[in-house]
Write a protein that binds this ligand. Structure first.
Ligand code: MCA
Ligand code: AMP
Length: 510
């Protein structure tokens, strides 16, 4: 059987010169890692995992700051054949408690500063092993791995075996773990390598978090599968990133990163001279940003579209002979990926007709972790995944996303589910009901705002509601503003008219 282990494929692409630099830390005092370092460190961490005698399919949950060691931990989990479960560093106790109870990881790795509360949650859920990993390369994970052999044979994996679980919130209820297989990840990485024309000598600037699809899979796999060096930013800093463009060829970012770089005078054609490709995704890129970038740098951003459940689905063309990169569109279905637009009755829409986007292909996940009913609901009878995005296709095959049927806010590339935030607000004393909406935001694309109604006789203070939320949920989910109103607008069916609220407050962040 051919080994479909993603790590094995990435490793096969490492350059022959193993002492060449694989990752250079932009903010790490000149620290760099060779391909040999990656090979050895992932072997040692994989041997550590193997020494724990974990059952096959064990989940390894990781909530650590971005570091090269954290990337190596991801690779080591694949190498050892276990299932990687990345968690956003902004998640707080209640959120982590849910993920750990739901996924039942055999191993949890967290920042040393969080060991107290994270280990308590993990041990309560039955996790046997909790390690720490800190930004400064300390922690028990590395201490224990240091004693392990640096030789390790990557586990043999079938394409349909689980590689990672990515939690994505639901429009109703709690988060769901999207189960991605080695085949899902590898097929997509190989398709993108070809479609985006990765070539020898490419250098990627990696400035995204590594707990979501964009930074973990699309960016990291892209560079590793091409044996390309990465210039590694543990935090995005627009000025510092622009200063390194002259040593790089590829950059990937969510729209907010492009908006912030456009705010820097240093962003010029000269600064981008060595760059060959700027890629944007995770949220809609405004046409204005697309055009401003073209004017300032002479480069046309390539926008693509994907999801946690599917990795990448569509992309604007890289090669001129395949067509122009059209701002406001997300391009063509990627080779091997099925993308269709259907109406509410399940009929195919014609060109330019707006409908629900459904997808199929080797990149599409197999379902939600331990949620067979939810999984069934999200697939059509003929096996296509319902994305919840609404869009259209033109006669040439370009897709445009025009909206979402799911009630979702995308803020700075992070998903915020109104239902979840409303749940937290509605639990607070004095609240009768609430509606969370996304409003146009110049930096984050959309900014979350809550509109709340007090119980009779109760006095509400918007700032106090924000402060109370800050102690409970990830910071990017916190509404930027809370309006207290007498009642929420509703239609005759009693449904809150969020469109009306959005219209009423649309210039709040202008
Ligand atoms: C930070 N804040 C935010 C966000 N990020 N508010 C709303 N939305 C956000 N995304 C708030 C904090 O709560 C805080 O508020 C203040 O901003 C400063 O926080 P800080 O952490 O310093 O912010 P930052 O470092 O400036 O971060 C902004 C960022 C970051 C760099 C844009 O959000 C980011 O890295 N976004 C990328 C997300 C991403 O990788 N998405 C890919 C998902 P306060 O001061 O009030 O506390 S993968 C995906 O979507 C699919 C599959 C795809 O297609 O790729
Ligand atoms: P997530 O599952 O958290 O990764 O978010 C996936 C969602 O992000 C998709 O369903 C889309 O709604 C949105 N998305 C990703 N890329 C784009 C894009 N280029 N334009 C518009 N929306 C996008």
């Amino acid at each position: 059987m051919k080994n479909a282990n993603v790590f094995a494929a990435l490793r096969a692409a490492f350059p022959a010169a193993l002492d060449a630099v694989a990752v250079e830390c932009a903010d790490g005092h000149g620290l760099s890692y060779s391909w040999r370092d990656i090979e050895r460190a992932t072997a040692m961490m994989a041997n550590l995992l193997a020494s724990l005698d974990l059952p096959p399919g064990s989940r390894i949950a990781v909530q650590t700051e971005k570091s090269v060691e954290a990337l190596m931990l991801y690779l080591a989990v694949l190498r050892a054949g276990y299932v990687f479960l990345p968690l956003n560093t902004a998640y707080q106790a209640a959120e982590i408690e849910y993920f750990i109870a739901n996924a039942e990881p055999a191993v949890v790795v967290c920042a040393g500063k969080n060991f107290g509360w994270v280990s308590k949650i993990a041990f309560k859920a039955g996790t046997q092993n909790v390690f720490t990993l800190n930004e400064d390369r300390t922690g028990t994970l590395l201490d224990r791995a240091a004693a392990m052999s640096d030789q390790h044979q990557p586990a043999i994996k079938r394409a349909d075996e689980l590689a990672a679980i990515l939690y994505t919130s639901g429009t109703t209820g709690r988060s769901k773990g999207a189960m991605l297989s080695h085949g899902n990840l590898l097929s997509n990485a190989q398709t993108l390598k070809d479609y985006w024309g990765w070539r020898p000598g490419d250098v990627l600037i990696h400035a995204l978090p590594i707990f979501h699809v964009h930074g973990l899979f699309v960016a990291s796999h892209g560079a590793l599968l091409n044996g390309s060096k990465m210039i590694w930013f543990s935090r995005f800093d627009p000025r510092a990133v622009i200063a390194r463009f002259s040593e790089a060829t590829v950059f990937m970012g969510v729209p907010t990163l492009y908006v912030r770089m456009l705010g820097e005078a240093a962003l010029t054609q000269a600064a981008c001279k060595s760059m060959r490709l700027f890629i944007a995704g995770s949220a809609p890129l405004l046409l204005e940003t697309f055009k401003d970038w073209q004017t300032r740098t002479g480069h046309t951003i390539l926008e693509r579209y994907g999801m946690s459940e599917t990795v990448m689905l569509t992309s604007n063309p890289y090669r001129a002979e395949d067509g122009d990169r059209l701002g406001g569109t997300v391009g063509f279905a990627l080779p091997g990926v099925g993308v269709r637009v259907r109406d509410e009755q399940g009929r195919d829409c014609g060109h330019e007709e707006i409908g629900n986007i459904e997808v199929s292909g080797p990149n599409v996940f197999s379902g939600y972790w331990r949620m067979p009913e939810k999984t069934k609901e999200e697939f059509t009878a003929d096996g296509w995944f319902k994305t919840g995005d609404v869009g259209k296709r033109d006669a040439r095959g370009y897709f445009t996303i025009v909206g979402r049927s799911k009630d979702l806010i995308i803020s700075g590339g992070y998903n915020v589910y109104p239902a979840e935030i409303e749940g937290y607000i509605n639990e607070m004393a004095g609240i009768a009901e609430s509606a969370v909406i996304g409003l146009p935001h110049p930096d984050f694309g959309e900014g979350a705002v809550a509109v709340v109604v007090a119980k009779p006789g109760a006095q509400l203070d918007g700032e106090a509601i924000i402060a109370a939320l800050k102690s409970k949920i990830a910071n990017f989910k916190i509404p930027k503003k809370v309006f207290v109103v007498a009642e929420l607008p509703r239609n005759t069916m009693g449904k809150v008219l969020k469109n009306q609220l959005r219209e009423q407050h649309k210039t709040l962040f202008a």
